[in-house]
Design a protein around this ligand. Structure first.
Ligand SMILES: [Zn+2]
Ligand SMILES: [Zn+2]
Length: 258
């Protein structure tokens, strides 16, 4: 069975990703605007980002003491096999993601990808030596894509795929329905609401898929996407997320993302 463990020879890939960051011209910090040398964030802003740490459920990345599978996942296992989240969706990570999405500050995608690669490498839940076979970004509905001009998940996934040297299947999954924000609905309603929201047009038969998204709130969209990918033949689906809402057991309604 595939998982996302970084074999020791993958170390240089991550160093290479970090290398792109330092190869940039002098920057202003993406959060506070002060000079940040070659980095996209100044050191104080970088250290103020809240990491998820190790005490989270390996399946859904919600807080879980001793990093055990959480009660929610035990009771109703999601279709995805694991979730790796770099940051907690809280200040200032929320500001970073909002400027990426709504102000089109695309360098932030590079920054988030770097943090996600660090997280993948550190993840304690990884089970075997295999990297994912393919990278699939969470698709955006065409209407939203037209309005925004880019899919932030694709922008992040591009860097992750390059660092892991794995193909980016940017059109393998498509979003057929633009579901309204539904963080205030009970989980059963959310799941029902999302039926038919995605289709898989790529060949993922027998593959281990790493799904990339910027924010995970309830996990309902990722769960439905994983269901569709598995039905299309994917052997394993893991999520790699820039930021995860971080309330014990109660996902917080971000309003804009489900
Ligand atoms: Zn700063
Ligand atoms: Zn869980």
């Amino acid at each position: 069975m595939h998982s996302m463990h970084f074999p020791s020879h993958a170390q240089p890939l991550v160093s290479r990703a970090a290398g792109w960051l330092s190869a940039l011209l002098p920057q202003d910090c993406q959060l506070c605007g002060t000079g940040s040398g070659a980095a996209l964030l100044c050191q104080p802003c970088r250290s103020s980002l809240l990491r998820t740490g190790t005490a989270c459920c390996p399946r859904c990345a919600m807080p879980s003491p001793s990093a055990e599978i959480c009660g929610t996942c035990l009771k109703r296992p999601p279709h995805f096999d694991a979730t790796h989240a770099a940051l907690r969706y809280a200040f200032p990570a929320d500001r970073l993601i909002q400027s990426l999405k709504y102000s089109a500050r695309l360098p932030i995608a590079t920054l988030l990808a770097g943090l996600m690669l660090e997280r993948l490498q550190d993840a304690p839940s990884m089970l075997s030596d295999a990297l994912p076979d393919v990278i699939v970004p969470m698709p955006l509905h065409p209407a939203r894509l037209a309005a925004r001009g880019f899919n932030q998940a694709v922008e992040i996934a591009r860097h992750v795929a390059r660092a892991l040297q794995r193909p980016l299947l940017r059109d393998a999954a498509v979003r057929l329905r633009d579901t309204p924000p539904q963080a205030d609905l009970p989980m059963a309603r959310r799941r029902a609401n999302l039926r038919g929201a995605f289709a898989c047009h790529g060949d993922v038969t027998g593959l281990s898929v790493l799904v990339i998204d910027d924010v995970m709130t309830t996990g309902a969209s990722l769960n439905e996407l994983a269901r569709v990918l598995k039905r299309a033949g994917a052997a394993r689906v893991e999520n790699c997320i820039a930021a995860r809402t971080w309330l014990d057991g109660i996902p917080q309604g971000g309003g804009h993302h489900v």
